[in-house]
Design a protein. Structure first.
Length: 307
């Protein structure tokens, strides 16, 4: 049966319109990256794709479309554990621990290529950040203890905490959008969903988010990363038939991406355009890994979400 022609435009309209609306305070106040307002807006933005999914569902329900009963919608958008729960839970665990490991590999590769200076002994860049924060807050935390705490939380706690907001995105991008695009073919669907995902970040990336040194050029730069990492998350979604491994993978990325600052050298701060997991080195590493996963562990295309 043909899919509704209006569901994709409706999803994109709601998701993008709400993201720009949510980001409006940042633009009006000219809030700098890292400010409390910028952080809060970033979290709010992450839930706009969920509203896009709900808008499509409500539109279909009002029209009496098949496949829009709550139980069927939950299944088709990946909110269950899929047909093989053991595989899904295994992929959740792999994403939880594997993404931080991948972040570390990207840092090591960047350093090996001479694109990143690290200071593992002195943690000078991290100490510099703590000193600046301590001066503002009137406290002087111990850098070694803080680094140890961050390292532990990145692997054990932070992926779960970050997955709460990551779900707001992933139910839209990998839960609904990717299956909706699969009739294009797997790689075209991954490319299209990654470009859309990257473009959706524009309310923040146009202000230099993730790559402050690029200014507005951070927006197209981040699309490159979103295509690469989105394809990896897409493999998790398609391989499991569930959105939860992608949710945890996304949460683990948000938890660990800042590791490059933890080990960086204050005398030669990292160029985030090339170094680390969100730089060109990380994007290339993720692309190679994803291509290998699709070759070694093929996926089955899910049924389209809307019919």
């Amino acid at each position: 049966m043909p899919r509704r022609s209006a569901d994709l435009p409706l999803f994109l309209l709601v998701t993008f319109a709400l993201s720009w609306l949510a980001a409006l305070p940042v633009w009006l106040a000219d809030a700098p990256i890292g400010s409390p307002l910028f952080t809060v807006v970033g979290i709010v933005l992450m839930f706009t794709p969920t509203f896009g999914v709900l808008a499509v569902w409500l539109y279909g329900r009002r029209r009496g479309e098949p496949g829009t009963s709550p139980r069927e919608w939950v299944r088709r958008t990946g909110l269950t554990l899929g047909e093989r729960r053991g595989r899904t839970l295994g992929l959740v665990a792999t994403a939880w621990l594997g993404v931080p490991v991948l972040t570390i590999v990207a840092i090591a590769l960047s350093a090996a290529l001479g694109l990143l200076s690290v200071d593992l002994d002195g943690l000078s860049l991290f100490r510099q950040g703590l000193l600046r924060a301590g001066q503002e807050q009137g406290a002087q935390p111990d850098p070694t203890i803080m680094a140890l705490i961050q390292g532990v939380t990145i692997f054990l706690i932070a992926p779960l905490i970050n997955s709460i907001a990551a779900f707001g995105e992933e139910w839209g991008w990998r839960g609904w959008l990717l299956p909706r695009l699969m009739p294009l073919g797997t790689w075209r669907a991954l490319l299209a969903s990654g470009v859309i995902w990257g473009a959706w970040h524009a309310p923040l990336t146009l202000r230099g988010y993730n790559y402050p040194e690029l200014g507005a050029w951070a927006a197209p730069m981040f699309v490159i990363f979103c295509v690469a990492f989105g394809s990896l998350l897409g493999w998790l979604r398609l391989r499991s038939g569930s959105v939860w491994p992608a949710v945890v993978g996304h949460g683990a990325l948000n938890a660990s991406a800042g590791l490059v600052v933890l080990v960086g050298d204050a005398a030669a701060p990292p160029n985030l355009v090339v170094a680390g997991i969100t730089g060109l080195v990380g994007s290339a590493l993720i692309a190679v890994l994803t291509a290998a996963l699709f070759r070694l562990r093929p996926v089955t295309a899910p049924a389209p979400v809307a019919v």
